[in-house]
Design a protein around this ligand. Structure first.
Ligand code: CA
Length: 668
């Protein structure tokens, strides 16, 4: 429980009630005064704008909703009250990329009411932080009694100027598993968030949402010019959100940085989620690394289903447990352990997986007991195939089985274009499903790893059993598709990873995948694979390759050493789609780790070590692409060296094309 002691919070809450009559405009500034939100009622319609320093970021933009029967909840308003306040506290993450996080903002809450008709009330809450701004809608209980059907959200983000956006499409069959493309904001169609933009005047912006619950996910559609509009993901019948009598939207967030690295070290999304509700997750979850019977299925060496090549047999499981234990790791994922898998398991249909019955060649109790004898805990696996009718019938029994066996993490997959062949993953139905399962898992002391899920909106602050998720195009695409191009890994730290931890499943050492499908491989070097453990944050990191590909490889030492829980994170440098260099300090030692990777272009990295303790000396254990190595030539060659360094030193690393490197700074 020690990890859960709340730091003494500095709490300054000043509330000033505004009662000026006829005041129709308010300005809210962030604590350092740099970010400003202007709110005003223009012809009875709420409008907002955002600026950073002297730069106008969002010009006057619309707010509100369209309800059933064409009822307009975006105009005909008067201001009934407005309150400002300040909040400042530092809270401790249960686990994470940074231990202590400061939550410091100024808030403006505006109460609106329509002047005629149903006289509906709508509250808008604004928060201005030094790293961005946010607002949300609260629809309180009111006199008119009706169920609420939101048919559209009218919120716009009217960007003052064009910029470059890194985007993936919304509402597509492969959910969010698409390659990011770079295009002008003015040319976008409908895109998912987080949406990262570099504005013409050089600001780095990220549009996303925080604390999404009982509402539809927000996607963004280009209205005209550089004006983006919230486009809520609908139910199958076209309704966007349906609630009984009240609603609270997720926070609409705009993170603002003066360089793209500042977006990564912004904790605004977490700060907009509620504090830890569970309190006991440290008793069953601590960050870890894991191996798995998994890559073998993706490269075609094994099958998920029962066959003479089935991956999840008792025999394979025992061999993997032996290897995992021998190399000093403690967790193993086994997919395809249960009944219900067929060669067509990934096709769009209502598959019937069992969550309690093992495959004939797999003895779950025996494997768990064998694992325990070697100090290896299994990671449970539930593939729903998006058949939630089936899953929700069995989930309690499935979770109870894991609890009985002492399993504390469950990976839950949702392969399929629509939930129950009907609802989009990102709609209100899916949003509520993913929250329901998360809360249920907590009742069984289970940490959750979602695949094919909705996007992260910072839930891990409130529910620290929400440990990681896929929610993007991960390593598996390298096994059976045209693969992820080399720049994918220098884009996702600035886009997908802004929403939260990702289970990318790094660590393929046989990057040419010699046992896989002809022509399929990782388009990068082993040095780049190593860098992912530092660059892509997740509290659980897989060693995704087959055991035989790690056997006897000196670079495996780095995967043994690298932590998955950090005290601090610094982005040393980064250019979206080109390169990134990240340094993180271990939460449980005095050591720092650095990861750097590049796109298809080779790169000389010059790193100032000023992030190190100035009063200490470190042994730098360096693993980097060997000379002449790139994705095409000798991609597996890693040069390993050691040298003594201090904070006043500089370190140079030479990366090959699609290459990378890592350094452990061991305090001497
Ligand atoms: Ca997937």
């Amino acid at each position: 429980m020690k990890n859960y002691l709340i730091l003494p919070a500095v709490l300054l809450s000043i509330t000033i009630g505004h009662s000026q009559k006829n005041k129709n405009a308010y300005e809210l500034a962030s604590p350092n005064g740099q970010n400003k939100i202007k709110f005003e009622l223009v012809k009875n319609a709420p409008k907002y704008g955002v600026s950073h320093g002297k730069t106008e970021v969002i010009s006057s933009s619309e707010m509100g909703f369209l309800l059933k029967g064409n009822e307009d909840l975006s105009t005909n308003f008067e201001i009934k009250g407005a309150k400002t306040s300040t909040f400042d506290e530092t809270w401790e993450q249960a686990w994470g990329e940074k231990k202590n996080i400061r939550n410091h903002y100024n808030q403006l809450v505006v109460d609106l009411q329509q002047k005629t008709g149903n006289k509906r009330k709508l509250q808008i809450q604004f928060r201005a932080f030094d790293d961005g701004v946010a607002f949300r809608y609260v629809y309180p209980k009111q006199n008119v009694k009706d169920s609420i059907f939101i048919m559209d959200e009218k919120t716009t983000f009217n960007l003052k100027e064009d910029g470059k956006a890194w985007w993936i499409p919304a509402n597509r069959p492969d959910r969010d598993e698409y390659l990011f493309k770079e295009a002008a904001v003015s040319t976008l169609d409908t895109v998912l968030t987080p949406l990262t933009i570099e504005s013409k005047s050089g600001l780095s912006l990220s549009f996303h949402e925080a604390n999404l619950y009982d509402f539809a996910s927000m996607t963004l559609v280009n209205n005209k010019g550089t004006e983006l509009k919230s486009d809520l993901v609908p139910w199958a019948d076209g309704v966007k959100v349906r609630v009984k009598d009240t609603f609270t939207s997720s926070w609409r967030t705009i993170q603002i940085g003066e360089n793209p690295g500042e977006l990564i070290t912004s904790y605004l999304i977490l700060n907009l989620n509620e504090p830890d509700k569970l309190k006991n997750t440290a008793s069953y979850f601590k960050p870890y690394k894991y191996l798995g019977i998994w890559w073998g299925m993706h490269i075609g060496k094994y099958t998920f289903w029962e066959s003479d090549k089935q991956g999840a047999t008792t025999k394979h499981a025992e061999e993997y447990i032996d290897f995992t234990a021998k190399e000093g790791f403690n967790h193993l994922l086994i997919e395809g352990w249960n009944k219900g898998w067929t060669p067509a398991w990934y096709e769009n249909r209502m598959h019937m997986f069992s969550f309690t019955k093992s495959a004939d060649n797999f003895d779950l109790e025996k494997v768990v007991a064998y694992g325990k004898s070697k100090n290896i805990e299994l990671i449970g696996y539930h593939e729903t195939g998006s058949n939630l009718i089936n899953y929700l019938k069995e989930v309690d029994e499935g979770f109870a089985l894991y609890k009985k066996l002492g399993i504390h993490t469950v990976k839950i997959g949702h392969v399929g274009s629509k939930l129950n062949m009907k609802q989009m993953h990102f709609g209100q139905f899916g949003v509520n499903y993913f929250r329901y399962i998360l809360e249920k898992a907590a009742q069984y002391d289970l940490a959750v790893l979602y695949h094919e899920s909705i996007k992260d909106t910072g839930e891990r602050r409130t529910f620290p059993n929400m440990v990681s998720r896929e929610a993007a195009r991960g390593q598996e695409y390298n096994a059976w598709s045209e693969g992820n191009p080399p720049n994918h890994l220098s884009i996702i730290p600035f886009t997908r990873l802004l929403s939260g931890p990702m289970d990318f499943t790094p660590g393929i050492f046989d990057v040419e995948v010699k046992q896989g499908y002809p022509g399929k491989r990782i388009q990068g070097t082993v040095g780049q694979q190593l860098a992912l453990y530092v660059v892509l944050y997740s509290p659980i990191q897989m060693l995704a390759d087959l055991p035989e590909n790690y056997e006897g490889k000196p670079a495996l030492q780095f995967l043994k050493d690298v932590p998955t829980d950090w005290e601090d994170t610094k982005i040393i440098e980064g250019k979206i789609g080109e390169y990134i260099t990240t340094a993180r300090k271990d939460r449980n030692s005095a050591d720092w780790y650095l990861g750097t990777l590049t796109n298809e272009n080779p790169r000389k990295v010059d790193v100032s070590l000023s992030f190190l303790d100035p009063n200490a000396t470190y042994e730098a254990q360096i693993y980097v692409d060997a000379e002449g190595t790139n994705q095409k030539n000798n991609p597996e060659a890693v040069a390993i060296s050691k040298k003594t360094v201090k904070a006043s030193d500089k370190l140079q690393l030479n990366l090959g094309g699609a290459g990378g490197g890592v350094v452990r700074f061991k305090k001497l």
